[in-house]
Design a protein around this ligand. Structure first.
Ligand code: NAD
Length: 478
């Protein structure tokens, strides 16, 4: 049975699309058609932005506590659909179901409650002045948000934007990625069941051109984008010209630095999560593994055994650790990088091919390259697949230099028996986030990149602040 939606979610209910094109959803595991949604047009975006603008006045006028109550109901409705959400995501993008339950089913309700409560606790500030008098500092919603998300972790990433934006009193037009639309439409069902007021959230799926149209739309006050650096630059150009606030969460090529005292074998589960999670399709993964020359052979063997031992297969099976890549195009991209890695002189220690036991599905074996130089293409460009490059270093100074030899700066991890040493090393890593002996985003801590990995931060109080406008009202002016 396929899942097919005939309408778009606009103005709090199902709205007839203006065009008749549809977006087909193909399973990356079976290569079968599993559903469809209408493909949005510019006219649908106009309609959705109009709905969001109309809703803004009232939603913004509610107290944050009233909004938090609605967001709590939205969280409850999402929670009751969490297993369905996880299944839809895994079926569309190949994410192992155990991870989809945690990230995609689990994370959105947590974020809605977290930001609902945070906004409800905020108060206007009266700041004593230096020149006599005082200033009343108020926060108001930034307005209508255009949110554009990728396919790799579609629900969690959507709620990194939706939860703080809605809590702040903004309204949103969301454009999901064409690969992952069925989870977005399930979210619309949850929004309807929760009684989210009409127009507060609107969902119009489509591709790059529709995204570009939304970004430049005169009715949008802020753009929040997660996706590739190439698209981020284009969006940044448009927003720069319009002086439109924008948050850009872009690509990565992070370093997992193994210090000479690390007991990697004791931390294999965490190392897998920090380097190969979600079939290698997460922006912050540490896909450049830096290993000390004094222990290079042993570390390459440990990582090779880890990759070899992963269970590759149906993402809907609880036992699966590595599912297929999202699309044939993505597999082609990953395979091209594997060929480039070989021709540049890297040595494949495991993987590098399609698994023997699969007749369909866009699978690539977990792949480890040894003898990679930091200048090699596979050590510099984002592959977005299960491919690790193990790069040797001589001392800590060289490790820092290699870790920072990247256009990107998003995630990373340090592996060591001495967490204080790890934290000290992490201070020198040019990146927005770094984990010690693991990597996991905490909702309370700001997340985002530097250099080509983006602009701005999500999560934590900073995530809420990026949807708020500050105003200073000078009181008792003398
Ligand atoms: P992508 O940039 O191709 O697409 C992302 C979204 O943007 C999609 O919805 C797409 O339709 C839309 N889009 C593409 N070009 C656009 C344009 N010019 N204007 C407006 N919208 C546009 O990325 P992808 O392949 O879907 O996702 C993978 C990329 O996302 C990787 O580079 C990954 O590192 C990055 N990513 C970053 C983060 C982060 O938090 N930094 C998180 C997840 C993924």
């Amino acid at each position: 049975m396929t899942i097919d939606y005939p309408d778009l979610y606009i103005r709090g209910g199902w709205a007839r699309p203006s065009g008749d094109a549809t977006i087909p959803v193909i399973s990356p595991t079976t290569e079968q058609h599993i559903g469809s949604v209408p493909e949005g047009t510019d006219t649908d975006i106009d309609d959705a932005v109009d709905a969001a603008r109309t809703a803004l006045t009232e939603w913004a006028s509610w107290s944050a506590a009233q909004r938090a109550e609605v967001l709590g109901r939205f969280a409850d409705e999402l929670e009751s659909r969490a297993e369905d959400t996880a299944t839809r995501v895994s079926s569309q993008n190949g994410m192992p179901i155990t991870l989809a339950r945690q990230f995609e089913g689990g994370f959105p309700p947590v974020l809605l409650r977290y930001y609902g409560e945070m906004a409800a606790k905020q108060e206007d500030e009266i700041r004593p002045g230096m020149l006599g008098g005082s200033t009343l500092v108020t926060r108001s919603p930034i307005g209508v948000v255009g949110a554009i998300v990728p396919w790799n972790v579609p629900q969690a990433i959507t709620f990194l934007k939706l939860a703080p934006a809605l809590a702040a009193g903004c309204t949103v037009v969301l454009k999901p990625s064409p690969e992952t639309v069925l989870d977005a439409f399930l979210m619309a069902e949850a929004a309807i069941a929760a009684g989210l007021p009409a127009g507060v959230l609107n969902i119009v799926p489509g591709g790059r051109d529709l995204g570009a149209y939304l970004v430049a739309h005169p009715g949008i006050d802020k753009v929040s984008f997660t996706g590739s650096t190439t698209a981020g630059r284009a969006i940044g150009r448009t927003c720069g010209e319009l002086l439109r606030p924008v948050t850009l969460e872009l690509g990565g090529k992070s370093a997992a630095v193994i210090l000479d005292d690390a007991d990697l074998a004791a931390n294999l589960e965490s190392f897998y999560a920090a380097t190969l999670l979600n079939n290698g399709q997460i922006c912050w993964l540490g896909t450049r593994v830096l290993a000390p020359r004094s222990r290079y052979a042993e570390i390459v063997d440990t990582i090779t055994d880890l990759a070899k031992g992963l269970t590759v297969g149906d993402p809907l099976s609880d036992a699966t650790q590595m599912g297929p890549l999202v699309s044939a195009r993505q597999r082609h991209r990953v395979e091209s990088y594997i060929e480039k890695g070989k021709s540049d002189g890297g040595r494949v220690t495991t993987g590098g091919r399609r698994p023997d036991n699969t007749t369909h599905g866009w699978f690539v074996e977990p792949t480890v390259f040894a003898d990679v130089d930091t200048g090699h293409t596979i050590a510099q460009e984002e592959i977005f697949g299960p491919v690790l490059s193990v790069i040797p270093y001589t001392d800590e100074a060289e490790a820092i230099a290699i870790a920072n030899h990247s256009d990107y700066g998003l995630g990373g991890s340090i592996w060591t028996a001495d967490p204080d040493r790890g934290a000290q090393f992490a201070r020198g890593v040019a990146s927005g986030t770094v984990g010690i002996n693991g990597y996991s985003n905490d909702p309370t801590a700001p997340f985002g990149g530097i250099k080509s990995s983006g602009l701005g931060r999500e999560l934590g109080p900073e995530g809420l602040a990026s949807y708020q406008q500050l105003k200073s009202i000078y009181l008792d002016v003398r």
